[in-house]
Unconditional design. Structure first.
Length: 401
């Protein structure tokens, strides 16, 4: 008999969104999560308009809106001269009910998704269950896992690998993770000092050949929220030095004022990659989110594109499992989501990083001037925002056949 259930490896935001999108169609879903609970480490925190639309369609949009900070204006700045360009997402109000970036920690979305899934009889979320392997046959997949009792296995029609950048599912599929790793790491820290006092919008990118940075508000424990700041760290500087108070203070004082100390709530260092899986589908296994693609955080596109994968995939898998659609639609998922990740997410995030870090003063001035001109021209600013808010990438995916 045809197995109509799906195993999702990974209870990150993408795995849980895929599970919810499948479960709402009545499909039986089992989510395997290696950790004992939803990880609360601080990672992505920006939701673009199409993502908020998709999450609203899944029934968790209002709750996310209630917890998040809507950010309509964002800036590109030069570290020495100040604001280069300011953009207002409000000009897209005719295209989306959510013409802003919604800032909210990703684990808060995961909790909302879990809450929605918990009430559904066709869903199981198994924590402390690490997916270790799967084997495919004509009728489905046998998924192997490990938990505190040892090894076990379960049957399903399909498996979704939403198990992050080191995805076991991707490795079992034998799919290459093509791309590269940036030589510098990123230092991310948060301060409760309100950068609005110095003219910053809720999201800002600061260009500088050595000390470029990215800044965005997060709700944290509620209003007024906190500010997260990211800086590049050269390969030769040790983490132990980067994480000291003196190092972090010097960074923030460099963009604000050396006259005072700023309260620092947390800090961490992480490595950044640009990689895309060569295939998002092999037979009955499909990849979504970081398992399928990773990128630098400049532009806030990684998690967003993962949610776009989850929604796109769940709809097609639903067609296959419930409406006997040809499995060719799963190859369409691969084409739509892989191509748009390469054409938009990878291209835009690499371009954003190169803009901020440009060393050649002539090229740098030319690029910043281009941005000044775009921001000053309403039609060009609108086109720029349609691209950077990911509306263009979702439209493009829909066009691919
Ligand atoms: C340190 C860090 C900072 C980041 N900061 C930003 C940022 O500032 N802005 C931004 O846009 N993006 C950022 N990102 C990227 C962003 O967090 C990801 O794009 C997002 O988490 C993708 O969600 P996901 O569900 O695909 O993967 P993940 O969130 O990685 O979730 C994968 C889940 O799978 C589980 N898992 C892994 N292996 C297995 C297994 N074998 N079996 C079962 N479960 C498994 C993991 O425990 C995890 O819960 C950051 C990433 C990292 C690592």
């Amino acid at each position: 008999m045809k197995n109509k259930s799906v195993v999702v490896s990974g209870a990150g935001p993408v795995g849980l969104a895929a599970a919810l999108a499948l479960a709402r169609q009545g499909i039986e879903v089992c989510v395997l999560e290696a950790e004992a609970d939803i990880p609360h480490d601080l990672r992505a925190g920006t939701f673009h308009p199409p993502t908020v639309e998709m999450l609203s369609a899944l029934g968790v949009g209002d709750a996310l809106l209630a917890q998040g900070i809507p950010v309509r204006q964002w800036q590109i700045r030069d570290r020495k001269t100040g604001v280069v360009a300011e953009f207002d997402l409000g000009v897209l109000a005719d295209l989306t009910p959510y013409p802003f970036r919604l800032h909210c920690e990703q684990h808060k979305l995961s909790e909302l998704l879990r809450e929605a899934l918990n009430g559904m009889p066709n869903v199981r979320i198994l924590f402390s269950h690490r997916c270790t392997d799967y084997v495919e046959d004509a009728n489905g997949v046998t998924v192997q896992f490990e938990n505190s009792n040892g090894a076990g296995e379960m049957r399903a029609g399909y498996i979704i690998g939403a198990d992050g950048s080191r995805s076991v599912v991707r490795k079992t599929m034998g799919v290459e993770f093509e791309g590269f790793t940036w030589p510098e790491r990123f230092l991310v820290f948060a301060t409760s000092y309100d950068l609005r006092e110095q003219g910053f919008t809720g999201n800002a990118y600061i260009a500088d050949p050595d000390e470029w940075s990215a800044i965005f508000t997060q709700p944290h424990d509620g209003p007024p929220g906190i500010w997260r700041v990211a800086f590049p760290i050269p390969p030769e500087v040790e983490d132990s030095e980067v994480l000291t108070d003196d190092f972090v203070q010097a960074k923030i004082q460099g963009i604000l004022s050396p006259e005072r100390e700023y309260p620092i709530l947390y800090r961490s260092v992480y490595r950044v990659h640009q990689r895309v899986a060569k295939n998002f589908r092999v037979g009955r296994a499909l990849l979504a989110g970081d398992a399928a693609h990773i990128n630098n955080p400049l532009g806030g596109m990684g998690l967003n594109s993962g949610i776009h994968d989850a929604v796109n995939l769940a709809s097609k898998l639903g067609d296959v499992l419930l409406n006997d659609a040809s499995t060719d639609v799963l190859d369409l998922y691969d084409r739509q989501r892989r191509l748009t990740n390469v054409e938009y997410v990878q291209a835009i995030t690499i371009r954003n990083k190169r803009l901020l870090e440009e060393r050649d003063p002539t090229v740098r001035e030319q690029r910043l001037n281009e941005l000044r001109a775009i921001a000053a021209n309403p039609a060009e600013a609108r086109a720029y925002l349609i691209n950077s808010s990911m509306i263009a990438s979702v439209r493009r995916a829909d066009e691919i056949q």
